[in-house]
Design a protein. Sequence first.
Length: 299
Amino acid sequence: MPPIRMPPSLSLRHAVILGLVQGPTELLPVSSSAHTALLPRLAGWPEAQLGAELRNSLEVALHAGTAAALLVALRGELVDALRELDGRRVGLAALALAPPALAGYLLEERLERRPSTPRALAVGLALGAAVMALADAQGGERSVMDAGLRDGLALGFAQALALLPGISRNGATLGTARARGFDRESAQALSWRVGLPVIAGAAALKTRRLAQRGMSAGAAPALTAGAIAAFLSTLASAPLVRPGGRDRALWPFALYRGGLAFVAMRGTTCASARLQATPAINAATINTDGQAPIASASR
């Protein structure tokens, strides 16, 4: 009889590593989801074959840790934004929140069931890189104070598109803000002002649904460790998004994303070659009784 393959489990060490990667990649426009999906595949971890339920649980844990850290790290800016609220800013925030909230509500189950393949991640990374580079090259002098309702709606659609694998919420909103003429620092500020409600709301909603469905047996320690690692790595990376550290060109991140897309495509090609080679290897090593030839000859 061939050996029975047990479904892969989530190891504590790998969950911590993914949590450490989650923080900086969430704060930079490079797609945290692409990194946490590609790393297990490229490193050959069993986590690359996790079932949909456990994979979604890990995603919830990592994003919950990131959201909690961002609320702590940017609490001063959040308080200032709340003090400055008026009708125009409330409308901007609502329009920026509505498209991703509606898309997430309608497409959540479909997105959860469909795994992020390396090819899909590569396409999202490459498209996001092109948009960021082109938008940043246009320049712009608008400030946060100039942001209006149309800007809020454009940023909302950008955040909805970021639900696709490899796009990056931060990258999509930064590219959109730069395309609409905001200077780099203002584009960063807008990206996080409209993004924090989406990140926190999505993490809270997914955590609630995860609690209702129940957690995979034995996965709690690894998921908790991953969430803590994501929280700490996000706090450590917070200077990247605080005021004063936001006037950064986007082309280096576009180049990085392009390189990561190439790596993802190469990984897809290698994985396909391994899958095609597997039947030949099995045929050469296992006879019709399911036993290795060496073992049969020794009987």
